[in-house]
Design a binder for this molecule. Structure first.
Ligand SMILES: Nc1ncnc2c1ncn2[C@@H]1O[C@H](COP(=O)(O)OP(=O)(O)O)[C@@H](O)[C@H]1O
Ligand SMILES: [Mg+2]
Length: 314
């Protein structure tokens, strides 16, 4: 797979204070690659440097050190920028434009003619599931969730090969989050690569193929979610809850199963096995012991724990 984004040693110092004498390193030697077709999660607590990275890639600010390429072109390449999409954190919209007018305006910026602007706008409004009744309403009357959908529509108006989304779920209620999440998943299914910034782990966890974790401007982890979990010492175990039989009774029928542990609980027992293939044997054992199966559940360390350890503020 080709890398769509290649970041090398990207570093940004902000000059702060009245005389701009003090320097704050917001990003410190970031290197990473985003592959074609994936949803890449860029995760970190507030102030970690995610937005700074996005702004550097979008050429809104300039790096102190390092370089980056998008679609094989240096980030200073203006033509490349016409092939990518971007949704800023806390986007600002022109309140008095309607959704349709706003998107037609965005399409105009990309140089599409009148007919094409109209066609694209309607296609996008449908694609982001904005209710037809709202197409000609002013954006100031929109809820945060509706605005975010318009924002995403705006970011894909030019059919970008990659879209950069900075905290697209922030400020949304659970239903809004789900909708935006589904929308992002649908982008991938149409072949668009997604670079997704978030400080909210659960959003990243369900969507992303690979993640990078940023902490105070530094990359602390990068890789596939499964790999990161494994690295964090996440041994998946499966917990089987039993009623009507205690540990002692079950153990008599479990003799051949290695790596299983059984403990007596108030209403029965809990069996833990390390391998999914042992679940059947455990169930057979609890039945032979006269027990009843209550539940079978994988227990895994969530990325949350890894994240808290890596990205938390200690
Ligand atoms: N324009 C700026 N001037 C000075 N410091 C800034 C500026 N923008 C961001 N910072 C600082 O850089 C760090 C990273 O910020 P940011 O990239 O916005 O983080 P994130 O998006 O991960 O929350 C923070 O410490 C923030 O205060
Ligand atoms: Mg940010």
């Amino acid at each position: 797979m080709a890398a769509v984004v290649e970041i090398e040693n990207l570093t940004k110092d902000y000059e702060v204070g009245f005389w701009r004498k003090r320097r704050v390193r917001a990003l410190d030697g970031l290197s990473l690659k985003v592959e074609s077709g994936e949803i890449f999660g860029f995760l970190g607590a507030n102030g970690a440097g995610k937005t700074t990275t996005m702004k550097l890639l979008m050429r809104l600010i300039y790096p102190t050190e390092g370089s980056a390429r998008i679609l094989g072109r240096d980030i200073s390449d203006v033509q490349m920028h016409a092939r990518i999409g971007y949704l800023t954190e806390n986007p600002y919209f022109y309140d008095y434009l309607t959704a349709r007018e706003f998107l037609e305006y965005c399409a105009e910026l990309f140089g599409y003619d009148r007919r094409e602007r109209k066609r694209r706008t309607e296609e996008l409004l449908e694609r982001v599931h904005l209710d037809r009744k709202s197409w000609d309403k002013q954006l100031r009357k929109f809820s945060k969730g509706m605005l975010q959908r318009v924002g995403i529509a705006q970011s894909i108006v030019n059919d970008p090969e990659i879209v950069f989304l900075d905290e697209p779920m922030s400020g949304l209620d659970p239903i809004g989050r789900r909708e935006v999440r589904d929308l992002i998943a649908s982008l991938r299914s149409t072949g668009t690569t997604v670079f997704l910034c978030s400080h909210i782990l659960s959003d990243i966890e369900v969507l992303c193929d690979r993640v990078a974790i940023l902490k105070r401007g530094r990359l602390v982890e990068q890789g596939r979610l499964e790999t990161l979990r494994a690295k964090a010492g996440d041994e998946q175990r499966i917990e089987i809850t039993v009623a009507g039989a205690d540990a002692e009774a079950i153990e008599q029928h479990l003799n051949t199963l290695s790596g299983a542990s059984v403990t007596t609980t108030a209403s029965g027992a809990r069996i833990e096995v390390a391998d999914e293939r042992d679940v059947d044997k455990a169930i057979a054992a609890l039945r032979s012991a006269g027990g009843r199966l209550v539940s079978v559940q994988p227990v895994r360390q969530s990325l949350e724990e890894l994240f808290m350890r890596e990205a938390g503020n200690e």
